[in-house]
Every structure is written in structure tokens, then in C-alpha cells.
Write a protein that binds this ligand. Structure first.
Ligand SMILES: [Zn+2]
Length: 414
């Protein structure tokens, strides 16, 4: 038995509006056994007096790409999958260093990397994966040049092709989705509108027919899985929601009416604002094309407005980042960007309990009896000043994932 007691904690449980001082948390064999004002110490229990610091659930990022090793996707063209995987390893570790104990990968991340982390070969957050994102011809995942007619793309030929798959038509989609779910995907990602990083597609155009999207949703649903859709404009978002998509990724250009529709469908929006903000700052220098930079600026300005619209409409907001290549350093800045509009506690709920709902794991993102023991101990009060979380080397005093201490500079009481 591995048992830990965290005593004298100020508890943010992932769901409540307030943090409660003077709480004790008992962890036994990877699970939270008790959350109480009473003593949880005992023989065989390693006790950490956390000295009134904030104890909270590990963070969850619901929109990341562990294999996005370059900001400019073109640079992935000559990278073999073995090199791609090796270069992903430090990216993955750094996510856990920042306090993310779970990450949902929504294009590229596969069951292999998920399992390697779960088996302890690679230090990192628990992953939820969907394999390659699905794109129609001429869609956000179609990176062919305008003179390239060949659709004969080998997903395993390089990092460039690994993260997206061009597939369309109801029958073809059904086969591909069934195959990804056969391999053990946690969700399916579809590209339902144009995007920023792709060379030839306008952001506002909806992609896939409703019947195609419905097919994907149906195949996922019969296996208890769900579909996430990349979409910016209201037309593409509404189109996805009508087809039964459960999470809308990005949504920067959503209008009031469509936000109400998302809320009524009990679906989620997963904003990824930091990606546009830091990429707008560094993109030109790092070689993004002028067309891509134009699209980037357009969605960057709209993103912050989207937050207010969605909050007013009662949309459940997840928390994502979507950072490619070297931009991944900014993962925690999404917290402070969101807090420009939202209360810090609501941003934290997004990054804990709401994201846990999204990944269909209600045992994550909360500090409660029976929950999986993903725990952070933080200096300062993130409910008052969320920026304390953006300096993990300084303020993150303990990271526990599934009952194992990954990192701490606190000393157990002897
Ligand atoms: Zn993305």
C-alpha cells in the first residue's frame, strides 16, 4: 500500500467557487480516500504538511498536439516517425512539469504514445488520443500543393502526414472511424471548417457534409465515444452541432445565436486562445506565410470576444492550448488570457472538472473521495491571482499523478 496524507491544505476541489482552508487529503494506492477536516495521519502514511498552500486537482489540457514538433507543418515533411516520437518526448515531459496531469491530443497523438506514457516509459500526462484528424479534400488537413493531384498519402511516411488523414464520403469515413476505434481511440477529431495553418482553405468555409459528420458521430457513439470538431465560424459550428458533435474546438468567430445553440445541445467549446496570441507574436520570424499570418490575426482578435459570448450563453467552456513547435512554452499563459474575461475560478474549473467531463473521466479534475489522485500543491492563491500557476518552477511545490509523486521540493514529516 502506498499512502500519502496532505495536511493543512487550502483546498480548491475543481468544482467549488471557493477554496477551503484547513483541509486534509488522504491518498491510498492512486485514489483519493478522504477529504476532511479530521486527522488522516496514521502508521504507514507518508505525511506532507503543506502549510496552508493551495491543493488542487492536476490541470487538464483538452486541446494539444504532442507530435506537433514544428510550428510550420511543412518542416515535418522529412521527419521520420521515430525522430518525431523522440522529439515529442521532452514536449510531453514539460507538460507534466507545468502541472498538466492529463492532456487530450486532438490530431496525431495515437494509442502507442498514450500507452507508452501509461506504462511509465515516458514521463508525461495521461493522454487521451484520437489518432489522425479527419479532413475532406481541400480541407484544413489537406496540405497538398495546388499542383499535386495524388491522394496516395502514406500516413506512416513522415511526421507531416501522420497527424491528418484525407478521407471523405460516408462509406470511407465509416471504415476509417471504425478502424481508429478498433485501435483504441478515445475520441474522433474532424476538421469541420477551414483553419489557420493550412495553405489553401479559407477559415469560414464549413467542411464535410452533414451526412458525413453524422456518420462519424454515429460510429463513435455506438462505442461510447464522441466527436470533436475543429470549427471557427458559426455556420461550421452550427453544422457540427446539428450532426451531433460534442466538442467544438477554437470557435473564435462564433456569434450569439450559435453560442445559444451550442449551450442548448449541452456541447462544449474548447477555446485555444494562447496559440493565436503567441504565434502572432513569433510566427513571421519563424517562417509562417503571409496568408497564414492574415488568418491568424483575424481569429486572434475575435477570440477574446468569443469568451464573453459563450459565457453569456451558458456554454460549457473547456480549456485548450493548441501550441505547435517551440510555442509550447506558453501553455500556461492560456490561464491568464482567459482570466482577462473570466473569473479565475471559472478558468480553473474549465482546466480541471469541465475538461474531465470532456474526456469522459469524472474521476479526474476533482479532489473528492474516489477520485484519481492527480494533485498539485501551489504557492499562492490561484483563485485570486491565476498567474501564480504560470511560474511552475517557482510556485508548483508538488505534482502527483495517479498517486505517485512526480516532483516535489516539500519534505515529508518524519
Ligand atoms: Zn489543434
Amino acid at each position: 500500500m502506498a499512502a500519502y496524507a496532505f495536511t493543512n491544505a487550502t483546498l480548491f476541489d475543481g468544482r467549488s467557487d471557493d477554496a477551503i482552508p484547513g483541509m486534509n487529503v488522504l491518498v491510498v494506492d492512486g485514489r483519493i480516500e478522504a477529504v476532511t477536516e479530521n486527522s488522516v495521519s496514521g502508521a504507514g502514511v507518508t505525511e506532507y504538511d503543506v502549510g496552508g498552500r493551495t491543493l488542487m486537482p492536476g490541470l487538464i489540457d483538452a486541446h494539444a498536439h504532442v507530435f506537433a514538433i514544428n510550428l510550420v507543418a511543412e518542416h515535418d515533411r522529412n521527419i521520420a516517425l521515430t525522430e518525431m516520437t523522440a522529439r515529442a518526448v521532452p514536449r510531453i515531459r514539460k507538460m507534466l512539469d507545468r502541472g498538466f496531469t492529463s492532456v487530450r491530443d486532438v490530431a496525431g497523438g495515437d494509442v502507442g504514445i498514450r500507452n507508452a506514457i501509461a506504462q511509465g516509459y515516458i514521463p508525461g500526462p495521461r493522454l487521451f488520443v484520437g489518432g489522425p484528424a479527419l479532413s475532406q479534400i481541400g480541407g484544413h488537413g489537406d496540405h497538398r500543393s495546388t499542383t499535386d493531384e495524388s491522394l496516395d498519402i502514406d500516413l506512416n511516411s513522415s511526421a507531416f502526414y501522420f497527424t491528418c488523414r484525407i478521407v471523405e464520403g460516408v462509406d470511407n469515413l465509416r471504415s476509417v472511424v471504425r478502424n481508429e476505434l478498433r485501435k483504441g481511440a478515445d475520441h474522433i477529431k474532424v476538421l469541420a471548417s477551414g483553419g489557420v495553418g493550412s495553405p489553401n482553405d479559407a477559415i469560414e468555409i464549413p467542411q464535410y457534409s452533414e451526412e458525413e459528420l453524422r456518420t462519424v458521430v454515429r460510429e463513435a457513439a455506438v462505442r461510447g465515444k464522441y466527436v470533436c470538431a475543429h470549427a471557427y465560424e458559426s455556420a461550421a459550428i452550427a453544422h457540427s452541432i446539428r450532426a451531433g458533435v460534442r466538442t467544438i474546438e477554437h470557435a473564435n468567430l462564433i456569434n450569439r445565436e450559435t453560442a445559444a445553440m451550442v449551450a442548448a445541445a449541452n456541447a462544449y467549446v474548447v477555446p485555444t486562445l494562447v496559440a493565436y496570441e503567441v504565434t502572432a507574436q513569433h510566427g513571421e520570424r519563424l517562417g509562417l506565410s503571409r496568408y497564414v499570418m492574415q488568418k491568424l490575426n483575424m481569429v486572434n482578435d475575435a477570440g477574446i470576444v468569443m469568451l464573453g459570448l459563450c459565457e453569456d450563453a451558458g456554454v460549457k467552456l473547456g480549456f485548450g492550448t493548441d501550441l505547435m513547435g517551440d510555442m509550447e512554452f506558453a501553455q500556461l499563459q492560456e490561464l491568464t488570457i482567459r482570466a482577462r474575461v473570466q473569473r479565475p475560478v471559472d478558468v480553473l474549473k474549465s482546466a480541471t472538472s469541465i475538461n474531465a467531463e470532456i474526456v469522459q473521466r469524472p474521476d479526474l479534475g476533482v479532489i473528492a473521495p474516489g477520485a484519481t489522485a492527480d494533485i498539485l500543491v501551489v504557492d499562492g492563491d490561484p483563485l485570486k491571482d491565476i498567474s501564480v500557476l504560470t511560474e511552475p518552477e517557482k510556485n508548483l511545490r508538488l505534482i502527483m499523478k495517479e498517486g505517485e509523486i512526480y516532483k516535489t521540493d516539500l519534505s515529508p514529516r518524519v
